[in-house]
Design a binder for this molecule. Sequence first.
Ligand SMILES: Cc1cc2nc3c(=O)[nH]c(=O)nc-3n(C[C@H](O)[C@H](O)[C@H](O)COP(=O)(O)O)c2cc1C
Length: 198
Amino acid sequence: MNTVRRRSEGTGYSLCVQPAFIIGTNNEDGTPNFAPITWVSAACAGGNDYLLVISMFGGKTTKQNVMRTGRLSANLVSTDMLPLMDYFGTHHARDGKKDALPYAVSRGKKVDVPVLDASRWVYECEVEQSVQTGESTTFFCRIRNVQIDESVSCRDTFDVDLTRLDPVIYSGMYHSIGKLLGRIGDFAGDGRTGEHGA
Ligand SMILES: Cc1cc2nc3c(=O)[nH]c(=O)nc-3n(C[C@H](O)[C@H](O)[C@H](O)COP(=O)(O)O)c2cc1C
């Protein structure tokens, strides 16, 4: 393996790379609102008990809706949904309804939140805890339901073939993913299989 020569660049760069999610919330008048929030991660509270961790900056309507209602949906963005995400992310709810593009909306099965019919993976969540850091609020969300495209099968928490979900990956620019490389333990060379988090 090569040794890489690196340079120090201070702290202004971010490699916060995740699959992109569009967050669905209820406006005060009951209408749905959607906005991409890509600073989404997870925390394990024990066993298979996962919280979704979502960080929102400033005073955007999506954040106000989450603070007011304590509910949200997180809709995975596949590459066919990129125009929709780009539109939702470049328009503010305070400037009017985001209805210039067509999209279909349903209600969550366990949580009363709007969900996007185009999404292949949807979390329905209730906020359990929130943490304020400067102008950001980070929500630790209890996952009440996961809706997965019926054509995608997952045997357990980590048996997720991202190539089937075809997510948009956001790093400041939009990307798609490449090949499925393998599972934990496939490359260690000693025959052991791993367990994420153990
Ligand atoms: C690709 C993309 C990712 C974004 N990720 C975040 C994020 O992680 N956190 C955040 O607070 N805003 C994020 N934004 C900004 C909001 O989506 C944007 O401010 C949006 O207009 C808010 O909509 P709203 O006013 O309807 O809430 C992102 C925007 C884009 C285009």
